[in-house]
Design a protein around this ligand. Structure first.
Ligand code: ZN
Length: 401
C-alpha cells in the first residue's frame, strides 16, 4: 500500500523505476491510479466514493476526478443510493455489466474462446475445434467468434484479446501481409489472425504472446501494484517467458525478447522446433515430461494431463518423469533469476495443478546453485484459467492503464 500512497503525492520520478522517457511526465502514476480505482470498484462493488478513497489511500479529490472520468467513458455506472442516518446519501459505483470482452486463447493443442465481463469473470466458454487443413484454421476461429457475438447480443464488446504461443513484431502490425511472428509450435498462418478477426468483427483486436499476456494479467488482475519486476514462465508444449520489468513488458528489438525457452542448455540435446538443438524447452516442457515417461516406463505416455494424474496417484514412472521435468524447469529458472533478478517467477500451465508436488521440486533445483537474489516462486493466481484471463487483460490494459 505504501508504494501506492506515494503515487498521489507527486513524489520524484526517481521513486519509480520507469524508463527515462516515461518518468518525465506524471502520466504513468495517473494511469496507475486509474487502474487502482477501477480494480477497487471491480473487486468491492458496490462501493461509494468515500469508501474508495479509504481503501485506495488516494485523496478524495483524486478519486472523484478518476470516477468522473470512468463514468464518462461508461466503464462504471452509478447504482443504488446508500442509507445513512443523516447527511448526504452516498451513490454506489459498479462496473458496467453491459460491457464485455472476448478472450481467445490459442494453444498448440487447444483453442478456447470466452465471453467475459470487464472484471475478467468468464460468462461463456467453448473449445474451438481447429480443422486439419492449416489454410482453414483462421476461418474456423472467425466463424466461432461471430457465433459467440451473435449469442451474446445483449452485451456490447470492447474488444477481442488474443493470447498466442509466438512472438510478434508489433511494429509490423499494420502490414497487409500480417504480423511477423515466431511460432515454432503452430503450423497455420497465425500472423494473419489479428487482421482477419478485425475485418470480420469490426472490433479492436489486441494480440500478444501468451507469456507476455499472463505477465500483464498478473499486474492487471493481481495484487501487483505494477512496481515489481516479475517473470511468467508458461509451461506447455513449448516454454515461453514474459518479462515485466521497470513498469512495462520487456519486448526487446522486434518484440523477440523472452525466448529463454530457446536457450541451448544441452549442446548434445534433441532437435527443437525452432531449428536448434537442446533448447531449454526440449528438456522442461510438457512434451519433455511425456518423453521422460516413455523412456522410464518403456511405453507410450498418456496425454500430459493424465500423466499429472498418474503422478498424483503415486505411479513411480510418472512421478520420476515429473521429477525430471521439474528439475529441468528449476535449472532454467536459475538462469532467469540470475539474468533478470525479478521479485517473482510465476508459473502458468497444467503443471500448476500439481503444485504441491511440482513447486518444491522446481524451487529446489532453482536454488541448487547460489543466487544473488532468490525470487519468490508461485503458480499463476488463476490456475488453468490464467491464459484465458490473460487475453482479457490485453484488452483492459489497452484501455485503462
Ligand atoms: Zn528451440
Amino acid at each position: 500500500m505504501l508504494d501506492k500512497l506515494e503515487i498521489r503525492s507527486n513524489s520524484p520520478a526517481s521513486r519509480f523505476s520507469f524508463t527515462n522517457n516515461l518518468s518525465a511526465s506524471n502520466k504513468i502514476p495517473r494511469q496507475i491510479n486509474r487502474n487502482l480505482i477501477f480494480n477497487q470498484i471491480r473487486t468491492r462493488q458496490p462501493i461509494s466514493r468515500a469508501d474508495l478513497a479509504r481503501v485506495s489511500g488516494l485523496q478524495r479529490s483524486t478519486v472523484s476526478l478518476i470516477v468522473e472520468e470512468l463514468l464518462a467513458e461508461r466503464w462504471i455506472v452509478e447504482g443504488s443510493t446508500g442509507r445513512l442516518p443523516r447527511g448526504r446519501r452516498p451513490t454506489f459505483l459498479n462496473v458496467n455489466s453491459q460491457r464485455g470482452v472476448l478472450a481467445l486463447d490459442i494453444h498448440p493443442s487447444q483453442t478456447t474462446l470466452a465471453v467475459t465481463d470487464l472484471g475478467g469473470s468468464i460468462l461463456a466458454q467453448e473449445l474451438i475445434v481447429l480443422p486439419a487443413n492449416p489454410q482453414k484454421v483462421i476461418g474456423a476461429i472467425v466463424s466461432a467468434i461471430r457465433k459467440m457475438i451473435a449469442a451474446n447480443k445483449d452485451r456490447s464488446f470492447d474488444g477481442i484479446g488474443i493470447s498466442l504461443p509466438g512472438r510478434l513484431d508489433l511494429r509490423l502490425d499494420k502490414s497487409k501481409h500480417g504480423t511477423s511472428i515466431f511460432a515454432p509450435n503452430i503450423n497455420w498462418p497465425i500472423g494473419r489472425i489479428k487482421s482477419r478477426v478485425e475485418q470480420a468483427t469490426c472490433l479492436p483486436v489486441f494480440v500478444d504472446n501468451v507469456a507476455n499476456a499472463c505477465a500483464l494479467s498478473e499486474v492487471w488482475f493481481g495484487n501487483s501494484d505494477g512496481m515489481h519486476d516479475l517473470v511468467v514462465v508458461n509451461v506447455s508444449e513449448g516454454l515461453g517467458t514474459g518479462i515485466f520489468a521497470n513498469g512495462r513488458i520487456l519486448r526487446g528489438e522486434g518484440g523477440s525478447a523472452g525466448e529463454f525457452g530457446h536457450v541451448q542448455v544441452d549442446p548434445n540435446g534433441l532437435p527443437c522446433a525452432c531449428g536448434s538443438t537442446g533448447c531449454w524447452e526440449t528438456v522442461a516442457s510438457n512434451r519433455a515430461g511425456m518423453r521422460y515417461y516413455t523412456e522410464i516406463a518403456n511405453k507410450p505416455s498418456p496425454p500430459f494431463e493424465d500423466l499429472l494424474k498418474l503422478a498424483e496417484a503415486e505411479d513411480p514412472a510418472a512421478k520420476q518423469a515429473i521429477d525430471r521435468m521439474c528439475a529441468a524447469l528449476g535449472r532454467g529458472m536459475h538462469m532467469i533469476a540470475s539474468a533478470l533478478a525479478p521479485s517473482e517467477i510465476i508459473v502458468v500451465g497444467d503443471i500448476t495443478t500439481l503444485w504441491h508436488l511440482a513447486g518444491p521440486l522446481i524451487e529446489t533445483a532453482m536454488r541448487r546453485n547460489p543466487l544473488v537474489r532468490v525470487p519468490r516462486l508461485r503458480p499463476a493466481q488463476e490456475g488453468n484459467k490464467a491464459r484465458l484471463r490473460s487475453a482479457v487483460a490485453l484488452v483492459m490494459h489497452e484501455y485503462l492503464l
